[in-house]
Design a protein around this ligand. Sequence first.
Ligand code: 5GP
Ligand code: ZN
Length: 111
Amino acid sequence: MQDCIFCRIAAHEITARVVYEDDEVIAFDDNSPQAPVHTLVVPKHHYDSIIDDVPGETLAAMARAVRVVAERKGLKDGFRVITNTGEAAGQTVGHLHFHVLGGKDLAAKLI
Ligand code: 5GP
Ligand code: ZN
């Protein structure tokens, strides 16, 4: 989708700080971080959200990428994975993504 910002990042048409990339997914730092580590894991193919018809292989690739991000970012004390789904949940970019948040104590907070 040409007007989708995450499709354009996945195609390297827009720059981002890439943490991990393979054929299926790209992970890059959020440009408005909500924690010391705030990285987005994004499938290269466009899906609107987790309730789109996302193949299991894609979800598995995203989960593997989460683990690589956690390793590369040194999140050995724990981290949080979030996927906002729909505007009412705060989704602002309509391309499926997992937020990986860490680097500070998140235990007392919902998000
Ligand atoms: P959502 O609100 O949809 O769950 O999350 C979208 C996230 O994408 C937000 O945290 C926002 O800061 C991030 N974001 C939006 N546009 C860009 C961009 O152009 N580059 C990067 N690196 N992050 C972006
Ligand atoms: Zn897209």
